[in-house]
Design a protein around this ligand. Structure first.
Ligand SMILES: Cc1ncc(COP(=O)(O)O)c(C=O)c1O
Length: 415
């Protein structure tokens, strides 16, 4: 049993599309992945045969309720949540965070301190800065070391005081690709009675996630970054979800988790999320020999990460070989455990926008800019110069695609 790239690629119709006879190379995955056919089929089946609101006595309503419940169960398995009652769905991670941050704010008082990170996407920064302004909280910043692209965790020890109430940090950076040691970070926070809100948007697609092992209080992620539809998901510790006052309308239930889901949800989105988790389970069972449920998901994630590390090593080695390129992230082949395969780079003469546009002409899809990692781009001193080119392989990319990308880059940068 081993990773079978051909079998994986056959699941994704988008990978076979050609434009004027030219193949597509999808390396824009940190911004959103392609979906396997089973995800599109599940969404379509939901729309075509279970299209109703929840809680009715009739068949379509019961089918929709079943879809919603099974999606919660699937996400609880993926994140190893103790219960699916702790899984909140929403439009995307940013909207969920904006929304729940208002409720978390009810636990805070003027003069309380919150710690935000300079390595985070703005979705785990600005909702909290807005809250701090409204509630007169003090914001303290956790910097990262711009040589190692990692946090120096002794700095965190100095930042935590008896007034610290909340720490918000990412599982992985959407720019540098650094995988943070969230277990240690949360242990430090917990020892000081500080709540933790983890942005798992860029870590959940790449590594097995276990909210109980991490020891966090909240973890948010975005299924459209792990082969599902445009949805956001939040896990919150039950005692906290029960304690928080939800922002909801009067007739809506006060029960968790639904009380945090405003209005009617995208049930087809739930169906797609469940299918995306089933896709991982299929990999775990068919390629890693795991039984089912959480063990299959864990086996799949471990297998996919091992493969992605190979792609990351190949990509980084190739980039470092090109004159004028600086990789804005961890590059040591021995340290691939400490990063996801998202690789950002700058060139000393050519602007990121020009590089991304030139690659697009060859039907190779990559991003340029700061991708809302505003603090990261500022810390790396690349914000004003247009950020960086970001190449984000996932497990459906091949070594041949990375070779093609590198060959294209060498041509573009030599011209
Ligand atoms: C690390 C990180 N956090 C949060 C977000 C925002 O996610 P969403 O689009 O689900 O709001 C992104 C999106 O790229 C991200 O990369």
């Amino acid at each position: 049993m081993s990773f079978d790239l051909d079998a994986v690629r056959a699941q994704f119709p988008a990978l076979a599309i050609k434009d004027d006879g030219v193949r597509r190379i999808y390396l824009d995955n940190p911004a959103g992945t392609q979906v396997p056919r089973m995800v599109a089929d599940a969404m379509s089946a939901c729309l075509l045969s279970a299209n109703a609101n929840l809680g009715g006595h009739f068949r379509t309503s019961q089918a929709a309720t079943e879809i919603v419940n099974s999606a919660r169960d699937a996400m609880a398995d993926l994140l190893n949540a103790p219960s699916s009652d702790e899984i909140v769905f929403g439009q995307n991670m940013t909207t969920i965070t904006m929304h729940i941050s208002r409720s978390i704010g009810q636990l805070l008082r003027p003069g309380d301190e919150i710690i935000l990170s300079r390595m985070d996407h703005d979705a785990n920064v600005w909702p909290w800065v807005l809250l701090a302004t409204q509630l007169e909280l003090e914001v303290k910043w956790l910097p990262f070391n711009t040589d190692t692209f990692e946090f120096d965790l002794d700095v965190l020890d100095d930042l935590i005081t008896e007034r610290t109430r909340l720490l918000c940090v990412g599982g992985a950076s959407n720019m540098t690709g650094t995988l943070n040691d969230v277990e240690t970070i949360c242990a430090k926070a917990k020892a000081a009675g500080v709540l933790t809100y983890i942005d798992g948007v860029q870590s959940v697609p790449h590594v097995a996630t276990d909210v109980q092992a991490i020891g966090c209080d909240f973890l948010a992620c975005s299924p459209y970054k792990f082969f599902g539809p445009h949805q956001g998901v939040l896990w919150g510790r039950r005692e906290l979800l029960e304690q928080l006052e939800p922002y909801k309308v009067r007739p809506a239930t006060s029960a968790i988790p639904e009380c945090f889901e405003t209005g009617t949800q995208s049930h087809e989105g739930f169906a797609g999320v469940k299918a995306a988790v089933d896709y991982f389970a299929w990999i775990g069972q068919s390629m890693a020999g795991a039984s089912s449920g959480r063990p299959a998901l864990r086996a799949a994630m471990d297998m996919l990460f091992a493969y992605e590390k190979l792609l990351a090593t190949q990509l980084i080695e190739g980039l470092l070989d090109i004159d004028g390129v600086t990789v804005q992230g961890i590059t040591s082949p021995d340290a691939m455990e400490r990063r996801v395969p998202t690789v950002a780079f700058t060139h000393d003469k050519v602007a990121p926008g020009y590089i991304a546009e030139s690659l697009a002409k060859e039907n190779i899809f990559v991003w340029n800019g700061h991708y809302y990692a505003v603090e990261v781009a500022k810390a790396l001193n690349i914000h004003e110069a247009g950020g960086a080119v970001r190449i984000g392989p996932v497990h459906y990319n091949s070594a041949e695609e990375i070779d093609e990308l590198l060959a294209a880059l060498r041509r573009i940068l030599a011209a």
